[in-house]
Write a protein that binds this ligand. Sequence first.
Ligand code: PBG
Length: 327
Amino acid sequence: MPSFPRYRPRRLRRTEALRALTRETSVGPEHLILPLFVQPGRGLRKPVPSMPGVAQTSVDEAVRDAEEALSVGVPAVILFGIPESKDERGSEAWHEDGIVQTAVRTLKTALPELLVVTDVCLCEYTSHGHCGIVRDEQVDNDATLEVLARVAASHGAAGADIVAPSDMMDGRVGAIRQRLDEEGRTHVAVMSYAAKFASAFYGPFRDAAGSAPQFGDRRGYQMDPANGDEALREVWLDIEEGADIVMVKPALPYLDIVRRVKEETGYPVAAYHVSGEYAAIMAAADRDWLDGARAMREALVSIRRAGADIIITYWARQFARTLSHSQ
Ligand code: PBG
């Protein structure tokens, strides 16, 4: 590599046109998925205090949000359900007329071109708030697989394009793939939360989804933040079981994992810029401690630079809106 003064990096930073010409990474609305929290009712929109700009809505309002996202180029939403009632086994999660199933059908009818992704998990539906079937205060892995397959199948039957298991049970991708195939839904893709870490950054989400565990924590099934090699094993396991897209979550504290997963697998990689990452930037921006929109753009481009193809972000609409205004 040449040295100074032959090489002057600043020569290509002189104007925005030069910077744009030599920019290595782009992030556009086409890379983004917008999370939506849906609940029963009509005309409801309840803001989530710890996530400014995010609300729990009824399905009719979710259609408006999705339509607006589509209109600025965001192709996909991921749905989280807030059910009317919870029980030990999370049975609202696979109900044919459950909140997510209803939302999927309504969204696909109103906006056929919208990609509808569903989060497949039990924590929003169980009275204890854990992501699976609990026996003796432990989540029973193998007993949970059958239930998750049922949930995913019900989402597929409602018309979901992609199902996204976020529970971190071992073997769930295989169980879900097999059930979808048996029911003739070979076209439904699986985006697995493959390397999902036991993170403090999920705090605001648990308010939004009402899914905090009532006892203990999730460290018995979600990953230890210290482990990178194990993340790769988790990812390979899910690919071997039939995952089409693999996800790393959270995003910014785990960009090294995003990069390794992309390089070592070559699979489509999604990164979830989670609720706490979003809330931290929004809270600082609210105090004028930083420029929120700039910080958010920087976060998103960094996640893409690390190797993510897809970013799940609560900022999707605002981001896409500012792009469409600047054109
Ligand atoms: C459900 C689930 C969680 C998130 C996505 N799916 C919460 C958790 O594991 O506690 C977190 C998303 C976010 O924080 O934005 N298991």
